[in-house]
Design a protein around this ligand. Structure first.
Ligand code: TLP
Length: 346
């Protein structure tokens, strides 16, 4: 069979030939000694892009979030988070296991919370209660269907946090997508968070790598815990080079992924029994429901495989599609045709 059209995630991209060349040619050193020039330049660049004093290169988005949670909190603290968020659902229970925190989950609208909900959730100063310490936000919001956190809401939440002495961490695994879609710079978003994690291995197409950014003293703590968690890497400039290449060449093109996702959403409206609102497709993620087709998400996913298209069943009747560097406009048309054959047209 010809190549798969892989719409399961934007994590599936493979490094391009030019990216591989940049990796091969990278200058390297021992990063545990702080001597890898390529890592150092990536860290400086990302800190600058996010308007923070420092940043640290880590192997994954999960480690980036978990290190941030660990560095902000003490065991027993409470972390306010949206109920469908990544750190709460998809990081192996790391918050409890690694930091001894408990999450206080709030239901958002497509992953987005209002400052007023957070005000209600902050614990009073009473020894019966856990100490509320941290608020985690996610922009764009994965399970919210790639929803963009309105910057106004982030500002209001940050102001509430500061008035109550709390920290804000932003899971910005796809902050690049939010930025390209709105024209609001990553730095403008990041001013409303004390720490930010970003990924190079999703929409930007690098094979590995994430960073955590924040103040010098915060990143110093993150650095200590990175060592403790076994995330100190050696001649890792070869990987950092892919990240630098991605920042130079793959940021602006995210617009294409967003257009492809929109096209998918509009095309899916023509498919019988599919329910989704194309207005909700703001970036590169499309989530829709197939309950009215009489099929389960798993059945649709299996049938799509026979057409060379991989998709992600995220619930009994819910499907997620993600567009990325390795999906072309033509692939979108092929996928839509396959959906038409598998499910049927209206
Ligand atoms: N998300 C992956 C899966 O884990 C679900 C995906 O396919 O979307 N924050 C957000 C918002 C993410 O979407 C992800 C990855 C992470 C953090 C974790 O990144 P990695 O996979 O590098 O640990």
């Amino acid at each position: 069979m010809a190549r798969w059209i892989d719409l399961r995630s934007d994590t599936v991209t493979r490094p391009t030939p030019a990216m591989r060349k940049a990796m091969l040619e990278a200058e390297v050193g021992d990063d545990v000694f702080g001597e890898d020039p390529t890592v150092n330049s990536l860290q400086e660049r990302v800190a600058q892009m996010l308007g923070k004093e420092a940043s640290l290169f880590v192997p994954s988005g999960t480690m980036a979030n978990q290190l941030a949670i660990k560095s902000h909190t003490q065991p027993g603290d409470e972390v306010i988070i949206e109920t469908t968020s990544h750190p709460y659902n998809f990081e192996g229970g790391g918050g409890a296991a690694l930091s001894g925190i408990q999450f206080h989950c709030l239901k958002g609208h497509r992953g987005i919370l209002d400052a007023s909900q957070i005000v209600e959730a902050i614990r009073p100063e009473d020894h019966h209660f856990p100490v509320t310490r941290l608020i985690c936000l996610e922009n764009t919001h994965n399970r919210g269907g790639g929803a963009i956190y309105p910057i106004e809401k982030m500002r209001e939440i940050y102001q509430v946090a500061k008035s109550k002495g709390l920290f804000v961490h932003l899971d910005g695994a796809r902050l690049w997508n939010a930025s390209v879609a709105t024209g609001i710079s990553p730095q403008e978003y990041s001013q409303w968070a004390d720490s930010v994690s970003v990924c190079l291995s999703k929409g930007l197409g690098a094979p590995i790598g994430s960073l955590v950014a924040g103040s010098e003293s915060f990143i110093d703590r993150v650095h200590r815990f990175r060592k403790m968690f076994g995330g100190g890497m050696r001649q890792v400039g070869m990987i950092a080079a892919a990240g630098l290449y991605a920042l130079d060449h793959h940021l602006e093109r995210l617009k294409q992924d967003h257009q492809n996702a929109k096209r998918l959403a509009v095309g899916l409206r023509e498919i019988k029994g599919v329910s989704l609102d194309p207005k909700h497709v703001e970036t590169n993620i499309v989530i829709f429901d197939v309950a009215e087709t009489g099929k389960t998400a798993q059945q649709v996913a299996e049938a799509m495989k026979h057409h060379g298209v991989l998709i992600h069943a995220i619930g009994k009747t819910q499907i997620r599609l993600v567009t990325h560097l390795d999906v072309t406009e033509e692939d979108i048309e092929t996928a839509l045709k396959a959906f038409g054959e598998v499910i049927g047209r209206r």
